[in-house]
Design a protein around this ligand. Structure first.
Ligand code: FUB
Length: 322
């Protein structure tokens, strides 16, 4: 009898552990700038990969890492599926990115530092036939380069792409540091279709836009100030005007940057972000992705995120569908 009890307790412990995540969600690598895609009963998480030796100098980021999950707790690692060097025009710096599906293709919009032919940060796009690729540069050139936005002085103003397709099928690219911008995307998803527009109404805008829609409202969340909080604005139209609603998430521990993805998965809403907290060797350039639940108020505004160390519990509906 005694010999049965120990394995039973161990099995019970493992089941409980699997039903509840912990933040940060990965402790074997440092991860940042999360983006997420819900596709066929799974969540795909695309994250930047912090490889700085310590927190004294700057970001060291060469590739993007991917995981998938059917329940938001158990994550399968798929490794690095794209790197800055996969874009022949890029020098380095695999910064923030987002993947979106359109007409059965998966488009991965990325930030990287352009080579000396077009100095500054740029946005490129890779394409693949599945959420896990394989992905390849869809153009052979960057989609957005620093010389296309000369009204801002610094060369890192063209970073942090966020992409959304509106209900009429038109897709939009949002991006920017210091100055938020958007443009229509051509139906082929790899060219702009029209002029670049400035966005107004986002106080203390720094970077990290994420645009999503919920029950007839458009939401534009963004990193504000420095150190960064996440604020958000709402609109009845994807093209604005945007009305600022307030702070969505406070400064995340031990990190001056923050960067969020917001998704709905099996009737729950999630706020996916990075923090420098939760790991003894974490910090400014060694960040970690965390996930907490997001709740809407009846009037459509979003309640302030409560960052937890427990993380989210298993979204069983996702697991049962598999
Ligand atoms: O991770 C590098 C840069 O820092 C991202 O592009 C920004 O959003 C900020 O997180």
């Amino acid at each position: 009898m005694q010999s049965l009890i120990k394995p039973l307790i161990l099995a019970l412990g493992a089941a409980c552990a699997a039903a509840q995540a912990a933040n940060p969600i990965f402790t074997d690598v440092f991860t940042a700038d999360p983006a997420a895609l819900v596709h066929k009963g799974k969540v795909y998480l695309y994250a930047g990969h912090d490889e700085a030796k310590d927190n004294t100098k700057f970001f060291e980021m060469h590739d993007w890492l991917v995981w998938s999950s059917a329940d938001m707790v158990n994550w399968q690692a798929h490794g690095p599926l794209l790197k800055a060097k996969d874009f022949k025009w890029a020098q380095r710096d695999a910064w923030a990115s987002q993947v979106i599906e359109k007409n059965g293709k998966f488009y991965w919009y990325v930030t990287a530092r352009h080579d000396e032919t077009k100095p500054g940060y740029a946005i490129g796009v890779a394409v693949g036939d599945s959420p896990l690729g394989p992905f390849k540069d869809a153009r052979g050139t960057a989609l957005i380069t620093n010389d296309m936005t000369t009204d801002t002085k610094q060369d890192w103003d063209d970073i942090d792409p966020s992409v959304i397709t509106d209900d009429d099928g038109q897709s939009y690219l949002f991006w920017g540091n210091t100055k938020p911008r958007y443009a229509k995307l051509n139906a082929n998803m790899i060219e702009l279709d029209g002029p670049i527009h400035a966005i107004t109404g986002l106080p203390e805008f720094t970077e990290a836009m994420w645009v999503h829609k919920h029950q007839g409202n458009y939401y534009l969340s963004f990193a504000m100030g420095f150190p960064e909080k996440i604020g958000y604005a709402m609109s009845k139209s994807i093209t604005g005007p945007w009305e600022y609603q307030g702070i969505l998430n406070e400064v995340a521990g031990n990190s001056a940057t923050n960067h969020q993805a917001i998704i709905e998965f099996n009737n729950k809403h999630y706020f996916i972000y990075h923090t420098g907290a939760g790991r003894p060797d974490g910090g400014q350039f060694r960040r970690s992705v965390s996930i907490d639940e997001l709740f809407y108020s009846p009037d459509g505004t979003i309640k302030r995120i409560v960052m937890t160390s427990e993380g989210v519990s298993a979204n069983r509906a996702g697991a049962e569908k598999q």
